[in-house]
Write a protein that binds this ligand. Structure first.
Ligand code: IMP
Length: 426
């Protein structure tokens, strides 16, 4: 794996944390390249569970260097708290963490505006995580954003921050919020910046040198391809490129330097927040998947919407992202169903299509066309070889592989680190 990238191919929460944890055993460097504290990567180590928001998952592997790339938006308070939380649990955080000086900073006004804008949208809300992600990326595009490296240029930072707060306060008050106090933000940020200083690095240079030195690099995507700002179900998306197209701009690692691109899918569909989910099951089936799969947001605790696997949507993710192989997670959650459905096409206004429509009104009119498979009742946990899976479970994986036209190399059959089947290359 010289340079490998892992991308969620659905609406986030595909179980990327576990796959990345598995791969980072062999990695020298793990890199986050987009998103921010909206992410919640869950990694189980023995009986312990870690939920990482900003720090890359490789932090749980001694000897692995972890890079928060330039495309990530960083709330300094969240990062400082996360580092402290890890240290309290005896996880080493020191020279093994690097924070890009080009990463944009999320300030309290971003968080406040995220929450107030959502409230103002009422029934049309996006269902954001409320972590200030959209407003931070918006400021980056507006060129009023402040980057990590700017925090260490006292006077110019202070005057830019004061100007931003003055401008944001107009909007905050307009939306019914309390204006923010710039001096308090300056004081708090100053404290956090001091604590983060040892990690601040030109990560573009660091990664270039690491690749030249033959280090094994793992790029860790957050959210999922269908939440990508360009290719997801816009406007019900996040504010970054969460498909593979975000790798180069968010890390400085040129796309042609990536050797392998692994898409992660869970064995069914979930989505948290608003927006189209064509295969959503709002009744007993959805409830059953949610309870068995513990489908509650790792960052917000919100119940996730659940439904059957949507091969149309995932094919779209793969066509845009160019995933070379796939990992399927949470297959064990589907044990116990007599029948399992896979969406192989959509019917829209009487017409059938296997291509994901662009606009939300069309997506909302999509009726899934299902292929029904026989289910299985056996517990899959502990199974180590693909040949030992119940025939129906193996048939399910093989059908997905055929529909997605991409080899499925990793099959996860339980939450523990080693509950995984690695399929050899044919
Ligand atoms: P934001 O990224 O907080 O602006 O939220 C935009 C949309 O992306 C909402 O539907 C969120 O629920 C969703 N979202 C953001 N981060 C994640 C994630 O890590 N997993 C799943 N959904 C996410």
């Amino acid at each position: 794996m010289p340079v490998t990238c892992v991308i969620g191919a659905q609406w986030g929460d595909e179980g990327k944390g576990k796959i990345i944890d598995l791969l980072s055993r062999e990695a020298d460097v793990v890199v986050r390249f987009q998103g921010g504290g909206n992410a919640g990567h869950t990694v189980r180590v023995g009986s312990e569970e870690f939920v990482l928001h900003l720090v890359p998952s490789g932090i749980l592997h001694p000897g692995c260097v972890n890079v928060i790339g330039n495309g990530v938006v960083v709330d300094p308070a969240v990062l400082v708290a996360e580092i402290e939380g890890l240290r309290k649990r005896s996880v080493r955080v020191g020279e093994n963490l690097k924070l890009s000086d080009r990463a944009h900073v999320t300030f309290p006004y971003h968080v406040r505006l995220d929450q107030l804008s959502e409230r103002a949208r009422g029934g049309a809300k996006i269902g954001t995580t409320g972590r200030g992600i959209g407003p931070t990326y918006a400021d980056k595009a507006l060129r009023t954003g402040i980057r990590v490296g700017d925090l260490y240029h006292g006077d110019s930072f202070a005057s830019r921050l004061r100007a931003n707060v003055a401008e944001k306060n107009v909007l905050i008050t307009h939306l019914g919020g309390e204006p923010l106090e710039p001096e308090a933000i300056l004081r708090d940020t100053g404290g956090h910046a001091e604590r983060l200083k040892p990690y601040v690095t030109d990560t573009v240079r660091y990664l270039d040198e690491a690749i030249r030195a033959g280090k094994r690099i793992l790029l860790e995507g957050a959210q999922g391809s269908l939440l990508d700002i360009d290719f997801g179900t816009y406007p019900f998306v996040t504010s970054s490129n969460s498909n593979a197209c975000g790798v180069a701009s968010g890390s400085g690692v040129a796309f042609r330097r990536i050797d392998e691109l692994i898409g992660v899918v869970k064995a069914y569909s979930t989505r948290v927040g608003s927006g189209p989910l064509p295969t959503e099951e709002t009744g007993a089936i959805g409830d059953r998947i949610r309870e068995k799969g513990r489908e509650y947001g790792a960052t917000t605790g919100r119940p996730r919407r659940c439904g059957w696997f949507d091969a149309v949507a995932v094919r779209h993710s793969i066509s845009v992202g160019g995933m070379t192989t796939l990992a399927i997670t949470l297959l064990d959650v589907l044990s116990g169903f007599d029948e399992i459905q896979v969406c192989v096409a959509y019917e829209i206004d009487g017409e059938s299509t296997t291509w994901l429509p662009t606009s939300v009104p069309l997506l909302e009119r999509c009726r899934p066309v299902y292929r029904t498979l026989r289910g299985w009742h056996e517990n899959l946990r502990g199974i180590k070889r693909f040949e030992d899976l119940p025939a129906s479970a193996a048939a399910y994986v093989l059908l997905l592989e055929e529909l997605l036209e991409t080899p499925i190399r990793i099959v996860s059959v339980g939450p523990e680190r080693d509950e995984v089947i690695i399929r050899s290359r044919k």
